[in-house]
Structure formats: C-alpha cells, structure tokens
Design a protein around this ligand. Sequence first.
Ligand code: ISE
Length: 335
Amino acid sequence: PDLRVGVVGAGLMGTDHITRLTTTIAGATVSAIVEPDETRSAAATALAPGAATYTRIEDALEAGAMDAVVVATPGQFHEPVLLAALRAGLPILCEKPLTPDPESSWRVLETEQAVGRRLIQVGFMRRFDPQYRQLRDLVAAGTAGELLMVRGVHRNPAVPGSYTQQMLINDSVVHEFDVVPWLAGGTIRSVEVRYAKRNALSPAHLREPILVLMELDNDVLVDVEMNVSIQFGYQVATEAVFQRGVARIGQPEGLQLWQDAAFRIAEHEGFGTRFSAAYDAQLRAWVDATRRGEATGPSAWDGYKVAVACAAGVEALGTTGPVALDLPPAPDLYA
Ligand code: ISE
C-alpha cells in the first residue's frame, strides 16, 4: 500500500511537496493536509483531492490520518509539530532549518533519542543534487588528490521585504553550512563574515553582499559569497580546489544562443528550477526509506550542527574575526 503522508503547512514549500507527492513520486499518497489558513488549505486540497484537512497536527494524529509527516511550516513553528509527530512515532521529512536556534534543535534531538530511533530527515536538498553528489564522490575517491579549499557563490536575484539581515545566514547560508561539511568530510570549526561594498540595489535594511569564511576541522578553508540582490538570475556554484586539480559544479546549463555577435546561456531564475532534480530525489529517497522502515539523509543531529553554525554565523555578522563553534559530541543514536 502507498505511504499515507500528511503535509503540515501549505505555503510555497508545502504546496511544492504536495504536487511532487501526487504527480512524480511513486508509493506515496497525500492523506492529510494541516493548514490553519482556509484559502491555502483549499488550494492545497485541490491538488490532492483525497486528503483530509486539519488546522492542527494534534487532530490529524488523533484521527490516525497519516503514516508519515512532511513539515513545511515556517521554521519558527517546526518545534511543536516535530515534538508531536516524534511522540506519535511517525517518520518525518522536515524542511530546513530543523529549528531556528540550537536550544530548540537540542530539544528535538532529545525527544528523538527518547523515542530511541531516527525518525527525522532534514530537508537539506542540496545533498540530493546530482552535481553535489558527483563532487562529494570525487572528494571521497581522492583521484584529484586531497581537497584543499571550497569556493562558493550563492546568489539570489532579489528577496522580499520580509527578508532580514539575519536571514542571510539562517535562511540562505544555512544550505552551505550543511552541504559543504558533508561534501568535504569535515565539521565547521569557525565562521567569519566580511562585508563587501554594499549593493545600492539591496533593500534599504540589508547590508550585503557578504563573504562567509568557514574553517573545517580537516583544515579545508571555505568561502561563500552570499548575495541576494544580484538581479540577473539565480546562481549557486562551487569550485573545489584539490592538490592536483579543480572541479566546478553549478555552471549555467540552459539554452545556448548565438546572436548579434554574442553568445549567451540561459541562467536559472530561482531555486525551484535549479534544485528541481534535488527536490524530486530527496522526496523519493525519503518515501522509499520510510516504506522500508529506515531513516536516511540528513539527520536531526545534522540539523542541530547547522543550528549551531547559524548561531555562530549570526554572531559573526556583528563581530570582527572568526567565531568558534562549540559542539558537544554526537549522541550515540547519531554516532
Ligand atoms: C530560500 O529559503 C532557500 O532555501 C533557497 O535555496 C535560497 O537560495 C534562498 O536564499 C533562501 O531564501
């Protein structure tokens, strides 16, 4: 039988997951939608006609309406939803971030440990992007020698007025805090932020672009340009410097056009197309693993480590020099 999935939160990401689950992912059905806003709830139900609707996750759990949960509310509402789903013993795919701060992420970790088995996969979908996977394989194979440094750019064309300075870290660099240690095989030791000349096209309350420097505990140095006002399109690209070579991912791969004595390649406009394959693969892996009774992918411990890195990153926005990370040892469940 199909896995009965409940989707909590029917905003942009929740709706996206519902569409993928109903159109592209085999073996799963959206059986419940939990969304307090009536308009959103109705729009989401139109995409998954059989789904029952609820305004609170407790009611969906009480009704036994789902076998597994996708959590797609804004991050600040994740904790109570995660705790309720964990206590009910349900497997969870939780959109990033796990929670917005280390303290609440730690409470989630403790609850999962009390259940005694991994139930959470965090939605760090870049790990499922085919090119990131190839790069990670190259690092692990060692055929270009040891990895020395990673240079990344994370560029958004523009952001809404609700996007805050801290979101440069918590909402955007949060992805690099997960994916770079994963591909480089290390843990973040420190985070530093440097400011570029301010872009006069940025919203008035933002000071960016920024350069985020990370040192990993295996001595790999990482720099990321975080830029949310680049105007021309959406670009997430990485260059990895090895002992005997250099690898690049995320280069423009769209339509190539020669015209008027010029050459152009179409670029992405948003993360929806840039990471479309990653979102599909992430959801497929989660559904498949859940049906086998397993949990794979980024764990709640990974989510906790990223929360600690984000706290250091936010501190680094307001300080000069590197901010060291203080991580406890991994609990046995995640070791
Ligand atoms: C957004 O929330 C994402 O997750 C995107 O991947 C990222 O590029 C963007 O900066 C974030 O705001």
